[in-house]
Ligand binder design. Structure first.
Ligand SMILES: CC(C)(COP(=O)(O)OP(=O)(O)OC[C@H]1O[C@@H](n2cnc3c(N)ncnc32)[C@H](O)[C@@H]1OP(=O)(O)O)[C@@H](O)C(=O)NCCC(=O)NCCS
Length: 151
């Protein structure tokens, strides 16, 4: 695995789906099914981006859904061997930079309360707590914090 210095960023394609799903399974205890990713491809209201190494290994992905003037970062993961190299931040920043041109005024997301790595990333990008969904997650059951960033 390589660091951000050699990472490339582009929209997800059908050929990425298996690696995206493998990273999803490795990253989350209650993963999305493969079909959940497939149906996001080529949808005009969806940002589905991947980071890959120079040799084409998947390093991370981000899924964001836009609706009217709001968007939700619905999924974000970076390969365990590539974490803490700036890839998650770069995926998020690229989406946040593009979103205003698509009419997005505010971005929301949910995060497990115990996910301190993700919370630190989002806090560093100006997300603040807007609410809480009690017992929102399974495996294990845990509250979600709802975070918001105005653009
Ligand atoms: C959360 C996640 C996407 C972060 O991706 P990443 O590429 O490792 O993050 P980055 O290297 O871009 O880190 C950006 C900032 O986030 C914070 N951060 C990231 N990982 C952290 C950790 N383990 N502990 C504390 N802060 C952390 C830091 O502020 C970091 O900046 P710094 O390295 O300059 O201190 C990654 O840890 C991951 O895939 N986790 C499992 C899946 C997940 O939880 N996804 C989010 C669901 S809401």
């Amino acid at each position: 695995m390589t660091g951000l210095g050699t990472a490339r960023f582009r929209s997800a394609e059908a050929r990425d789906l298996e690696a995206v799903h493998a990273l999803e399974v490795a990253s989350f205890s209650d993963p999305w099914p493969l079909a959940g990713f497939r149906e996001l491809l080529d949808q005009s209201h969806v940002d589905f981006d991947v980071a890959e190494s120079e040799t084409g290994e998947l390093l991370g992905y981000l899924v964001a859904l836009r609706a009217a003037d709001e968007a939700e970062v619905a999924n974000l993961a970076v390969h365990a061997n590539a974490r803490r190299g700036g890839i998650g931040r770069a995926l998020l920043d690229a989406f946040l930079a593009r979103a205003p041109a698509a009419g997005v005024r505010a971005v929301y997301l949910e995060v497990r309360e115990s996910n301190l790595a993700a919370r630190a990333l989002y806090a560093s990008r100006g997300f603040v707590q807007a609410g809480r969904r009690r017992q929102y997650y399974r495996k294990p059951v845990e509250d979600a914090l709802i975070l918001r960033r105005a653009l």
